[in-house]
Design a protein. Structure first.
Length: 368
């Protein structure tokens, strides 16, 4: 008979078996990029400033299933919403029903009428569920889970709320196809801004400006949670900046010096992180300066995070930055990916025109 263990965080410690479960679930999976159990424990502790106005709980059936619940004072589509995340488990529906029932009961007691996930704390953390293309592994930050998760989640009463995708293509093919796009938008753009490399040094020197920029650009996104300046520094400070590629990431600056947009590109560090690599590195240790040169061919560039300030959206800047980063990737990477795009987002057009071989992901909603 299974035994359910629950804990309220951060007042209590994570229940026994919570941190150990992923290693058992992915024991035979060479694609798994791992989970840093020490980092997860810190996230659920009082050291995490998220708990200044957030509440969480965790539930685990040791060796079988685990789940966490999160809530802040947040309305989504007019409803008080909670999130579920850190979901892992064996193909054991009964155990999953236990942990989801525990989180649902807790969320309902907090006044939530909708439960969204998987979302780990907030959309600044890992979120979404992998739906297909399981033979191809995952890049860092891409959802990864056993193939039975989507159907299992639906049997628990969840409905697919939003769909996302990533596309993949050879860099040379993209470069050959973007000429008309760039020719269409570049002359108009150059009248008001310039495109240059986004470097870690610029990022860190302008972190205060970027903090406000991120709110302006992404504040309307689904389930966006405004971070404090301290939280932003933790999520997007030096460690964050040291991982993106300074050769291909793009910064758009208006002639008056304002940040008009940026598009961050990362090497796909997955070959260095996979469980199947005997010289595997911990994800927390990876940075561009030390590790990009260690990546085997074919090297893949991940176009991960792009945004345009509302004042510049009529200029086709997102398309221009996509073209610019693709040109910068030529000779440095063999493949390029447009990643984690929501299917109803306007930015999907560039990825759909120039990419192929998509991976799909889902974000789910259920009633607690």
């Amino acid at each position: 008979m299974s035994t359910l263990h629950c804990a309220l965080l951060p007042q209590e410690a994570l229940p026994a078996g919570f941190l150990e479960l992923p290693a058992a679930v992915y024991a035979g999976d060479p694609h798994w990029l791992g989970e840093d159990s020490a980092a997860v424990a810190t996230q659920f502790s009082a050291a995490n400033p998220w708990f200044a106005d957030g509440r969480a709980m965790a539930a685990v059936v040791p060796g079988r299933a685990r789940l966490a619940g999160f809530i802040r004072d947040q309305l989504i589509d007019g409803e008080r919403a909670a999130f579920f995340g850190f979901w892992e488990g064996m193909d054991d529906p009964a155990a999953h029903r236990e942990v989801f029932r525990a989180v649902s009961d807790w969320a309902r007691a907090q006044g939530a009428t909708a439960l969204y996930g998987p979302i780990n704390f907030s959309t600044y953390g890992s979120y979404r569920l992998r739906l297909d293309a399981f033979a191809h592994g995952a890049f860092p930050g891409e959802p990864w889970n056993p193939p039975y998760y989507p159907a299992l989640l639906e049997t628990l009463g969840a409905e697919l709320r939003y769909r996302y995708f990533s596309t993949f293509a050879p860099v040379d093919a993209v470069v050959a196809s973007i000429g008309p796009d760039f020719a269409r938008v570049k002359p108009k753009l150059e009248q008001v801004l310039r495109l240059e490399a986004m470097t870690p040094a610029f990022w860190m020197a302008h972190l205060d400006e970027l903090y406000g920029f991120v709110d302006e650009v992404f504040g309307g996104n689904f389930a966006y949670t405004r971070l404090t300046r301290e939280e932003f520094g933790r999520h997007c400070g030096a460690t964050f900046a040291e991982r993106f590629c300074p050769e291909t990431s793009v910064l758009a600056r208006a002639h008056d010096g304002r940040i008009a947009g940026f598009f961050l590109v990362y090497p796909d560090y997955a070959p260095l992180l996979r469980q199947g690599n005997p010289a595997r590195l911990p994800a927390s240790a990876v940075n561009y300066r030390e590790h990009a040169a260690l990546l085997p061919a074919p090297r893949r560039a991940l176009a991960r995070t792009g945004g345009v300030h509302p004042d510049f959206r009529a200029l086709g800047l997102f398309t221009a930055m996509g073209c610019e980063l693709s040109l910068r990737a030529a000779g440095r990477y063999e493949d390029i990916a447009g990643t984690l795009v929501r299917e109803d987002n306007n930015s999907r057009q560039f990825a759909l025109r120039h990419g192929r071989a998509p991976h799909h992901y889902g974000l789910y909603r259920m009633r607690p």
